[in-house]
Ligand binder design. Structure first.
Ligand code: SF4
Length: 396
């Protein structure tokens, strides 16, 4: 639902445009007709949105960007420092690699050590430290760990190695889970019995709810994840205004996308009118992607999941349905990863809950760097610590 016919701003899904009425001066910010990426980085339009935000923002607000992709875009374009001092942006738990609990990482690492087994995974996961090792360390000591760019690659490895078990390490949110589900459907259709998935997938709305329920960090508005919401639909976030009186603006990943979301959030906060604003209408609909959701629910069932920083969150994970048990690595392999150990001094859990920002971690840019990461938030391309390390100093 977009906020329509306000006194100060009008937005429409159809044209996906903004009309800002700043005093007597009317400015148009079009996004629906934009074609090239540079148009979403237009400095003049960015300045218009920033002026609008500054004019409307009368009191300190803290907005949480759920998604690690947003954190990286915000840091890359220096948006935190361009916003008025009344608007604070805080990272949330939206990096799937980062929120994977050490116990689950240890499980995957132990799985990789099963003789003859091929563990396939996306690149980020290989360098994430478990309790004592990374998958990369395990590979160095002889395990067959292979990075893939898609589950199609993992399926092909299974076809090419029919005498060996091939496991895909499934980590991600609602965005990637449908592709993993499609791979399982394909494996079943081909009777590819040596292919299985270790599902560590997670759902984003329950994590947002957990953070708000915890109440540890005051959040006045949420920048909603654009890719996830493309799948689940904007209506999936209605609980935020309805149950918590917290507005949410679904955003894309370019500077104008994010500034527009911030502008909508500031408007809703100032007006005391929390709602769901869809500022990424070129990708997100109210209902989401029914085909992807259908595939997802045919393969996965919702269950509890363990999140780094949040602990066990009810109904926040995706487990493989019993119909696909012969492709469920959690059922197929009896793994004892041993005791879990957290990384001493690492504040990743606090970063993911939004209670601290990365530079507040004593290890940030001292013992912990992208070359020698101590926690996953410094490893992942969506990790907040990596974003602050890569771009933070340029704008502080
Ligand atoms: Fe963990 Fe490193 Fe981030 Fe500190 S800087 S929270 S040690 S990943």
């Amino acid at each position: 639902m977009l906020p329509l016919n306000r006194n100060t701003a009008h937005s429409s899904v159809a044209g996906d445009c903004l009309l800002w009425d700043i005093g007597k001066k009317v400015q148009l910010v079009y996004t629906g007709n934009m074609k090239y990426i540079d148009e979403f980085r237009d400095p003049t339009l960015a300045r218009s949105l920033l002026a609008r935000i500054a004019a409307r923002s009368t009191r300190p607000v803290r907005l949480m960007e759920f998604c690690g992709g947003h954190t990286h875009a915000i840091m890359r374009y220096g948006l935190r420092n361009l916003l008025p001092p009344t608007v604070e942006l805080r990272s949330g738990p939206g990096c799937p690699v980062c929120v994977t609990a050490n116990a689950d990482l240890d499980h995957a690492i132990a799985l990789a050590r099963v003789p003859g087994l091929i563990l396939t995974t996306f690149g980020d996961m290989v360098r994430v430290p478990g309790s004592t090792q990374t998958l990369q360390d395990t590979r160095a000591s002889g395990a067959d760990v292979r990075m893939v760019y898609s589950t199609l690659d993992a399926l092909q490895i299974a076809r090419d190695n029919s005498s060996r078990p091939v496991v895909f390490l499934g980590v991600g949110f609602e965005t990637t889970a449908p592709t993993i589900a499609a791979a399982l459907l394909q494996a079943q259709a081909e009777e590819l019995e040596n292919f299985s998935v270790l599902s560590l997938h997670k759902l984003t709305p329950p994590a947002t709810r957990a953070i708000l329920d915890e109440g540890e960090v005051a959040v006045d508005g949420i920048i909603g994840p654009g890719h996830v919401t493309t799948i689940i639909g904007a209506d999936a976030w209605r609980f935020l205004p309805e149950d918590y009186a917290v507005p949410v603006a679904i955003a894309g990943f370019e500077p104008l996308d994010i500034l527009r979301a911030v502008a909508d959030l500031v408007d809703m906060i100032e007006d005391g009118r929390p709602a769901v604003a869809n500022t990424y209408a070129r990708s997100v609909t109210r209902q989401g992607n029914p085909a992807a959701l259908g595939v997802l629910s045919s393969v996965f069932a919702v269950g509890a999941a363990e999140w780094r920083g949040l602990g066990a969150v009810p109904a926040s994970g995706l487990r493989i349905r019993d119909d696909f048990a012969s492709h469920d690595a959690a059922c197929l392999f009896d793994i004892d990863p041993g005791p879990t150990r957290e990384h001493k001094g690492c504040l990743c859990g606090d970063v993911l809950r939004g209670t601290v920002v990365p530079p507040e971690c004593p290890l940030f840019d001292t013992a912990c760097t992208p070359a020698q990461p101590i926690g996953p938030c410094m490893v992942s391309a969506e990790g907040a610590c990596a974003a602050y390390y890569q771009f933070g100093q340029e704008f502080e």
